[in-house]
Ligand binder design. Sequence first.
Ligand SMILES: Cc1ncc(C[n+]2csc(CCOP(=O)(O)OP(=O)(O)O)c2C)c(N)n1
Length: 267
Amino acid sequence: MDKIMNLELVSKQIRKSILLMNANSSASHSGTALSTVEILVILYFKIMNIDINNPKAMSRDKFILSKGHGSSALYATLAERGFFDKILLNGFYIDGGQLPGHLDKEAVPGVEVSSGSLGHGLSIAIGMALANKLDQLNNHVFVMCGDGELNEGSMWEAIMFAPQQSLNNLTLIVDYNKFQGYGVTNEVINLEPLKEKFEAFNWEVIEINGHNLFDIEKSLLKKVKKPKVIIAHTTKGKGVSYMENQFIWHYKSPNDQELKQALDELS
Ligand SMILES: Cc1ncc(C[n+]2csc(CCOP(=O)(O)OP(=O)(O)O)c2C)c(N)n1
């Protein structure tokens, strides 16, 4: 229980970093980043086999944020976990800064794949998981996509392919925050019934509240014989009252007053 309470504090700290980064750079995608936080925290603080002192260790588990426009969340989580100095977060998405607006694997230790062009992360993760099998390594590969990202045809090619290869060392997490860049996901292209679609493609499907730390951990720990997909119901803009489920926060960055209110709410 204590550990989970600590991780609630860590989640709040990461949310604060995300807001400061996006305000400082006038960047978009605050809402995008805020819906991922608890999942990243459980992965990086409880589940993944990683070593911050040896980030390229052969034995490591890997995570790919396929929705790479949510980069501020992953950079903030990696910094909080100790992969690099938090001071670098001040250089997010600004001229001369070290952290590009979309994820760049050359920028800092811990970023496995450069991403931001939607629809590619799952295929890359499948390649990594296949390679692990061929090399008889037990490492696990985790990948997170957006719900709007599931509109990409390349996702469904990959979704067809993974079960054929019996990739039980692969977990896809769908950040199902119900919004995308131009509106409500199920009004743009309806994904439902999403669970049944994945089941029909022969995936092990688990549906959870993507902000509940216990549920996230339990779903990630569950041992399965097939590729696993966790459909995580989340809230875009989670944690900041005026951002939650407000589509405009896909694009807007907080001004000084909005930033202050958001930080107050998280304190
Ligand atoms: C191939 C490609 N097409 C279009 C875009 C532009 N784009 C950036 S974010 C976004 C919406 C993504 O929605 P979703 O996957 O639901 O992520 P969310 O921000 O809601 O978490 C789009 C279309 C892109 N990055 N890549």
